[in-house]
Design a protein around this ligand. Sequence first.
Ligand code: GTP
Ligand code: MG
Length: 192
Amino acid sequence: MGGMNITSAKFIKGITTAEQAFTDELFQIAVVGRSNVGKSSTINILTKQKGLAKTSSFPGRTQQINFFLINNKFYLVDLPGYGYAKASGAQKKLMGDLITDYIFSADYRLKKVILIIDAEIGPTPADMDMLAALEQINVEVIVAANKVDKVKKSILKKQLDSIKEAVSPHVVMPYSAEKRQGVGELSNLLTV
Ligand code: GTP
Ligand code: MG
């Protein structure tokens, strides 16, 4: 299998209602996950453009759905995170609705979803709910276990095994956006 060699990546637009999503013939690959899990960092590392997607150590950084055009061929889509406990009720509902509307009521070509989880924490109930919902629609899901650099080496294998068991039969890709481990392998899975 040939890997995805990203040669160009451009920010095209950010949207605040799902109706504004692109409906052209290009495929979309959405990056989904809890707030602060590293969705935007992952887009930057995959595209090798440091500041392309805005990141922050504070949860709730991404508040719109951002479309990045890759190789003039498909869109990589950065979503806001779910499950940020400190967000106001209204804000949570707004972001939750935006994510749900985009993923589940779309009339465009959503090809894959990269569901990012925290390798140290493992899949949370919110992650498992998202996974169950994604299984209801016809989309390929890749479970990307980010921040492996935070997991003690002595328990890494056990931790990854337990993540694999929890999300089976979906593919689990362990990596670290921060330390750039496993990023090539993740990139290979993007081939559209
Ligand atoms: P929201 O937009 O708020 O939903 O967050 P996000 O999922 O886009 O996370 P973002 O990429 O902004 O990263 C959140 C924090 O996690 C930042 O402080 C990153 O530096 C950090 N981070 C991302 N990837 C890794 C990683 O592999 N290891 C470690 N240790 N930290 C990481
Ligand atoms: Mg973000």
